[in-house]
Ligand binder design. Structure first.
Ligand SMILES: Nc1ncnc2c1ncn2[C@@H]1O[C@H](COP(=O)(O)OP(=O)(O)OP(=O)(O)O)[C@@H](O)[C@H]1O
Length: 267
């Protein structure tokens, strides 16, 4: 592993009208490690991922993958770089009208991998992806609505792994899951990092999960990354804002009103 982070973000800003949500994000995501981002609702965590994924155009800043600023890359190069990223969305974001198999085949197509091989080979690859997340072939013809939330997340992970991306984003992967299924999903995320060598970036509110899967952790607050360090320091960071958040205290520097308002970071 080199010292160059896989993802390097500097001075990233995004406002909507007069509401500044991201107000100069500086973040390094080390290669081949698991990074977690914590922060209150509405602070812009999902927005940050959407900016990296090219779904939202930031107002200012640098987003580098392996030292290459994707915001200045040609459109074609940008698309190629983004194919390196697989994403598990908050609610798994599966297509309800498609079978599990077709959802994964869609993931392969989106990464340009389905152009190779015939339908039988593509299906074999999809079933292999399902087995990687611990699901058998019997799930393939089912519709997402027939699956539990935990199974849907696993299918979402299988789809995120389609095309073998080396960077994986997880948006609140354990939200809505029971503690055992959360541990299963966390185990799969850790496997992606330790067995596949992926670089993982996870947004979570779940401190157990953050400590379990994270090597590196960062807290987003007021539009900036206000702390980053080893994930095992999250509960004793020495930063009063991080401490209030990770220990879930009502009293502290974070006004409780900021957790129910729009999350604007000011300018
Ligand atoms: N396309 C958009 N247009 C206008 N406002 C937006 C847009 N996208 C995000 N926002 C605003 O940015 C703020 C941050 O949203 P975001 O979803 O990133 O928060 P979050 O930290 O991920 O919250 P949560 O933990 O609740 O998911 C919110 O106030 C949201 O309304």
């Amino acid at each position: 592993m080199t010292d160059q982070p896989r993802l390097r973000i500097r001075g990233l800003k995004k406002s909507f009208g007069d509401r500044t949500i991201l107000n100069g994000i500086d973040l390094d995501v080390p290669a081949g490690k698991s990074t977690v981002i914590i922060g209150g609702s509405g602070n812009g965590k999902s927005l940050l991922l959407r900016c990296i994924l090219g779904l939202i155009e930031p107002d200012e800043g640098i987003i580098e993958i392996d030292g290459e600023n994707i915001l200045q890359a040609s459109r074609r190069r940008h698309e190629t770089l983004l194919k390196r990223i697989g994403m598990l969305f908050q609610n798994a974001a599966l297509f309800d009208s498609m079978s599990v198999l077709d959802n994964i085949l869609f993931g392969l197509k989106a990464k340009g991998k389905a152009a190779r091989g015939n339908r039988a080979e593509q299906e074999k690859e999809a079933l292999h992806l399902l087995s990687q997340v611990g699901l058998g072939a019997h799930v393939a013809p089912l519709n997402p609505a027939e699956l539990s939330g935990g199974m849907q997340k696993r299918v979402g992970l299988a789809r995120a792994l389609a095309g073998r991306p080396d960077i994986l984003f997880f948006d609140e992967p354990t939200t809505g899951l029971d503690p055992i299924m959360s541990a299963v999903i966390d185990g799969l995320i850790s496997d992606c990092v330790t067995r596949l060598g992926s670089t993982a970036l996870t947004i979570t509110h779940d401190m157990t999960s953050a400590m379990r899967i994270g090597d590196h952790a960062a807290m987003l607050y007021g539009g900036k990354i206000i702390w980053q360090g080893p994930a095992n320091r999250l509960m004793e960071s020495g930063n009063p804002i991080v401490d209030q958040f990770t220990h879930g205290r009502r009293e502290g520097p974070i006004p409780t009103s900021s957790l129910t308002s729009s999350g604007s970071a000011g300018s």
